[in-house]
Design a protein around this ligand. Sequence first.
Ligand code: GLN
Length: 487
Amino acid sequence: MSELYERTACELVDLVKNGETSWGEVADAQFRRIAAVEDRVKAFMTVTEDAGRAAAQRADAGGDPFNPLSGVPGALKDNMCTRGILTTCSSKILHNWVPPYDATVTEKLMATGMVLVGKTNMDEFAMGSSTENSGFFTTRNPWDLNRVPGGSSGGSAAAVAAGEAVYALGSDTGGSIRQPAAFCGIVGMKPTYGRVSRFGLVAFGSSLDQIGPLTKDMRDCALVMNAIVGHDPNDATSVPMEAPDFTESLREDVRGLRIGRPKEYFPEEGIEPAVRDAVETALASLADLGAEIVEVSLPHTEYALPVYYLIAPSEASSNLARYDGVRHGYRTPGDVDMIEMYLKTRDEGFGAEVKRRIMLGTYALSAGYYDAYYRKAQQVRTLIARDFERAWEKVDLLLTPSTPTVAFPIGERADDPLAMYLNDIFTIPTNLAGLPALSLPCGFSPEGLPVGLQLIGKAFDEETLFRVGYTYERSTEWHRARPTLPP
Ligand code: GLN
């Protein structure tokens, strides 16, 4: 592995420090890689080459020598506001929207000296698991261009896996960081709800959304987490709490840790054998490394999907009411009265999945149905959170598959929303409970597609996830595998 675009952030920092390359050369290699493969991968909504190269020059001119991400090329999902740069959420209704302000995560990464390479494609408004719901085009999985990269942060995951960005941010409402990370063979972390500011993240399900890193390995994940966490007075749900230095948790030591294996996440049916085998093997190797594996049960797991598909659409139907063609984004052309303008703008601007969610949510919140659906879902959400609380009496973290299958072929589930929703069965409960979780590579299927395992932690205990994830990663070579995508 010798190409600059294949390197991790940490490796690049060492190369630059030793005078073997410069951030200008790194940016050069990065944009050349994008030019070479992007027409096949289609990870980006917008490529920001001029701004990226200018930032690389600043990094070479001194940058912030103490910042470990200064000069490193990264990408942002297109639902994170970037001042002066298109932020479309991959929706026709925002196709021309240029935000007048930066999201807090954008501001924080810019302050590290980030070389922004672009804004990544996603399922429209982050609703989906494959990027097939993008209002513009489908991103392809770099491991097999006929398969989906996962979603909704599919562009971010594909960009990192294909060497088009060293790291990227995604957002995760029900699995949208972890599922594409698993499908693309990289690391993806959803932090604890409240750990990372949502200010400037276009809202989908506000009680579930959380921003997190997609990276090539655990060390880079810790660096990006360090850069984006922290209290933000602009986000009332961000927690006023000092964040630790996550790189200090990168210790190869799992002795004495109790890892829970929730039996509901290893069902007899509905999971690919290759996925189950890889995850069981990972459990066994962690046991060899000194962890104790404990069987646990999370009995309300089966209700997580129906609960999520009431709560997330309810919040979405409220959040998306603002797109009415009046202030920004798309407005239907022609001479129509106001009501007609609202109706046509929304009809023409939103895609089918977004409309389905708005209808579901509006129904669940409507008078007469609110108690039966929305309130009931909130009550069951509490039961799901309590399942985890009980598990923490016995174990320090949980280990599960990230997804029931490896990346599926483009088109296979596009017309079957239920089959698509089922993909998130292992990731959704943690969003409902607000807990931190990460996906990291743990093997390959017989077709050569990556498999991911998920670690779930106690609230605000990302440190244990870093410790266990790092120890496991160091005992394998999975994270070094790169897809062959000839330039
Ligand atoms: N796939 C899930 C959905 O469609 C989760 C998406 C997400 O996490 N943003 O809602």
